[in-house]
Ligand binder design. Structure first.
Ligand SMILES: Cc1cc2nc3c(=O)[nH]c(=O)nc-3n(C[C@H](O)[C@H](O)[C@H](O)COP(=O)(O)OP(=O)(O)OC[C@H]3O[C@@H](n4cnc5c(N)ncnc54)[C@H](O)[C@@H]3O)c2cc1C
Length: 416
């Protein structure tokens, strides 16, 4: 079987690896010169297997006015004369109900668990170098209110058989992560989840890509944009490329992140995918002062992670903020907050980056067959969790394409 995958981000490369393991001949098409150059480039580095709740939940509604009006809010909304923005926004608001949020969380926990198991299986076979550490995640709270809610949530999740979690005093937080000492006075406590992991998404994608090329002997179509399809009824016969060439294949997988939408429209399918802009700063040579475990500053919604000797700080959600250029005021704000949190790190030399999370309104990725087509598949819409869910999504896609019973219920992820 010859499979053509469009997209060389973490999602497309993970799918290429998984499908090649089964013996498929895989062609990977990527518009950029290298893999992981877009959203998978400098993200937060979290393998957040236990923190997969969608952004759309009833708790966000009371916060929306303040988030939308305050200049320094972690969420920024710029209204546009863009029907997609309003359709996406309305669908998001409709998804902000307790029943749907609880169902999505349970479904995402299943996909995340599959992702962890799949990654572990790959790592037994492959020397993947991506600064992967499994030393947990510590969320610190500045106020007693949210800490109390976190305590209640821990009890609820423990009853549901969720990951082991501990609520910690400020002293216990600092004992666990001494890099927090400078901000201890501002904290109310923390929540530690020992089973969480982290790593560098870009290096992971590059490393996996290198192993795929080496083992399969296949090469990717880099710096090549897919522009359309040659189609016969419900089947695509070939992918059309920007240089006029075509790739014929038996099956096609659209894993182009936010770019998936434009391509799928050519098949008459327009999924609700919208870019939620986020930012990161990467400080080189910060091993001596960066937290050793992943730390989230809850009230600022900012994540700190050590990747080898670098410190990566990522934060913020912007809706309607077009393009990939990091806005100077957002970067200045992130620099200020991060400098106060890790005062010994040299943020003057930090590399600033922005990416557009390819998000669905309900927060679940789209993994499954393209509506109206027999041999086109989707693997996209992973929003804020693409690194976490990449290996599980590849596993799910592979079993669906092979017609085998998948490890988890595929219905919540099916494109409609
Ligand atoms: C600030 C920030 C922090 C984040 N932190 C985390 C985190 O801590 N943990 C986590 O799990 N996730 C995180 N994410 C989300 C994660 O980065 C994304 O979900 C993930 O990178 C999406 O991967 P992708 O492969 O779908 O998309 P991309 O990485 O964008 O890859 C899609 C690729 O398809 C290519 N493409 C598109 N259209 C075409 C075409 N027509 N022809 C050829 N090629 C095409 C593009 O060039 C691109 O390389 C974060 C995102 C941001 C922005």
């Amino acid at each position: 079987m010859h499979v053509c995958i469009i997209g060389g981000g973490v999602i497309g490369v993970a799918a290429a690896w998984q499908l090649a393991q089964r013996g498929a001949q895989v062609s990977l098409v990527e518009a950029r010169r290298q893999v992981a150059e877009l959203t998978s480039h400098a993200n937060g580095g979290q393998l957040s297997y236990s923190y997969v709740a969608p952004l759309a939940e009833p708790g966000v509604l009371p916060h929306l006015p303040a988030w939308l009006l305050r200049r320094d809010s972690p969420l920024r909304f710029r209204p546009r004369l863009d029907p997609l923005q309003w359709r996406w926004g309305l669908a998001f608001l409709r998804a902000c109900n307790a029943r749907q949020a609880a169902a999505s969380t349970a479904q995402m926990l299943g996909l995340a668990a599959l992702s962890r198991a799949t990654l572990q299986a790959w790592m037994r076979d492959l020397p993947l170098e991506f600064h992967h550490v499994e030393n947990g995640k510590l969320i610190v709270y500045r106020h007693a209110g949210p800490l109390g809610k976190a305590r209640a949530q821990v009890q609820l999740q423990a009853g549901l058989g969720g990951a082991r979690q501990q609520v910690l005093s400020v002293d216990a937080c600092v004992a666990l992560e001494p890099a927090l000492a400078p901000v201890a006075a501002a904290l109310a406590g923390g929540l530690y989840t020992p089973s969480e992991a982290s790593g560098d998404c870009r290096t992971f994608t590059q490393s996996l890509f290198g192993h795929w090329v080496a083992r399969s002997g296949q090469s990717a179509w880099m710096a090549t944009r897919a522009v359309g399809f040659r189609r016969e009824g419900r089947r695509v016969r070939a992918l059309r490329l920007d240089d006029g060439r075509e790739i014929e294949a038996d099956q096609f997988v659209v894993a182009g992140g936010l770019g998936s939408r434009d391509l799928l429209r050519r098949l008459g399918y327009a999924p609700l995918l919208y870019g939620l802009k986020g930012y990161s700063l990467t400080v080189p040579g910060a091993a001596g002062c960066a937290p050793a475990i992943s730390v989230t500053d809850y009230e600022r919604r900012t994540v700190y992670v050590r990747l080898g000797d670098r410190l990566r700080v990522s934060a913020m959600v912007g809706m309607g903020l077009k393009g990939l250029a990091p806005e100077p005021d957002r970067i200045a704000q992130l620099r200020r907050e991060a400098s106060a949190f890790v005062p010994r790190a040299d943020f003057g030399h930090a590399e600033a980056w922005a990416g557009q999370r390819p998000a669905t309104p309900h927060g679940r990725p789209l993994v499954g067959r393209c509506p109206g087509m027999d041999n086109v598949w989707l693997n996209t819409g992973h929003g804020a969790l693409g690194f976490t869910l990449a290996c599980g999504s590849a596993h799910l896609l592979d079993t669906l394409m092979a017609g085998e019973p998948p490890a988890i219920d595929p219905a919540p992820f099916a494109p409609r």
